[in-house]
Design a protein around this ligand. Structure first.
Ligand SMILES: NC(=O)c1ccc[n+]([C@@H]2O[C@H](COP(=O)([O-])OP(=O)(O)OC[C@H]3O[C@@H](n4cnc5c(N)ncnc54)[C@H](O)[C@@H]3O)[C@@H](O)[C@H]2O)c1
Length: 256
């Protein structure tokens, strides 16, 4: 029997088969979870729908995370369909391309607002709707972060600031929801080639740097992240909340 047998979950953040969210969804499904999926806009629906259907998903719903009415509709549908919720994956981030090069200093007010709204506030918006469905169940909420939250990564800029807000949100949400038995954690992953990563200038240099510097002397794989996501979703991590777990080949421990 899988570690997530009988659990109901919802996945936010699949764009294509290279998405971290897709790797996690497959791993959760392999462990027995039944999953609903969301997609951000019609163009992505064409990619997400066949992937989700390949895992037997019955609920594949539109959700632009900046639109409250779409979020409400998703949780209404999923709440009725599943009669509760055990797992939520938030694997969403966005910043304007011009804010992911050059200096952080030049970030515009609008660029800052957009990055923080889509990449950090969205976790609060989703968690608030999920919590009533999760009460009394072995519930786990998981989000995706990166080392740029706590150290300066050249060109990561406003996304680093958004990830700092996201990681702080993980802690505050974990404190709010702990008494209800709902856990909230983040995985801080090393760089992986995905659609979102292609927006960060110099990304190939980051991959090379990690490969030569990290203790494991290799980059992080989607499978590395997915396996930790199973741990954080399952009872194996029943005592863990408010945590940022590094899945980065050990890169973050290095000083020089
Ligand atoms: N790839 C990496 O190197 C890496 C490393 C650490 C953390 N992360 C984080 O992992 C998460 C997933 O990214 P990924 O690398 O799998 O890339 P991805 O492009 O596959 O996923 C990003 C997702 O964000 C969604 N999104 C963006 N704007 C949205 C909106 N307004 N409404 C709803 N969804 C929206 C996209 O549709 C997409 O599915 C992100 O939070 C990213 O910052 C990625």
């Amino acid at each position: 029997m899988g570690m997530l047998e009988g659990r109901k979950g919802i996945i936010f953040g699949v764009a294509n088969e290279k998405s971290i969210a897709w790797a996690i969804a497959r791993a959760w499904h392999e462990q027995g979870a039944e999953l609903a999926f969301t997609y951000a806009g019609e163009t992505l629906e064409k990619r997400v729908r066949p992937l989700a259907e390949s895992l037997g998903a019955k609920w594949i719903l539109p959700c632009d995370i900046t639109r409250d009415e779409q979020i409400d509709s998703v949780f209404e549908t999923v709440g009725k369909a599943f009669g509760g919720l055990d797992l939520l994956l938030h694997s969403i981030a966005f910043a304007n391309r011009e804010d992911l090069k050059g200096e952080y200093l030049t970030t515009s007010r609008e660029g800052f607002r957009l990055a923080l709204d889509v990449s950090a506030y969205s976790l609060v918006a989703l968690t608030r709707r999920a919590a009533p469905l999760m009460e009394g169940r072995p519930a786990s909420i998981l989000t995706m972060s990166y080392l740029g939250a706590e150290r300066v990564i050249p060109r990561y800029n406003v996304m680093g600031v958004a990830k700092a807000a996201l990681e702080a949100s993980v802690k505050y949400l974990a404190a709010d929801l702990g008494p209800k038995g709902i856990r909230v954690n983040a995985v801080s992953a090393g760089p992986i080639r995905t659609l979102a990563a292609s927006g960060i200038s110099g990304f190939m240099d980051m991959l090379h740097h990690v490969e030569t510097t990290a203790p494991l002397k290799r980059n992080t794989s989607l499978e590395d992240v997915a396996k930790t996501a199973v741990y954080l979703a399952s009872d194996l991590s029943s005592g863990v909340t408010g945590e940022v777990v590094y899945v980065d080949s050990g890169y973050h421990i290095m000083g020089m």
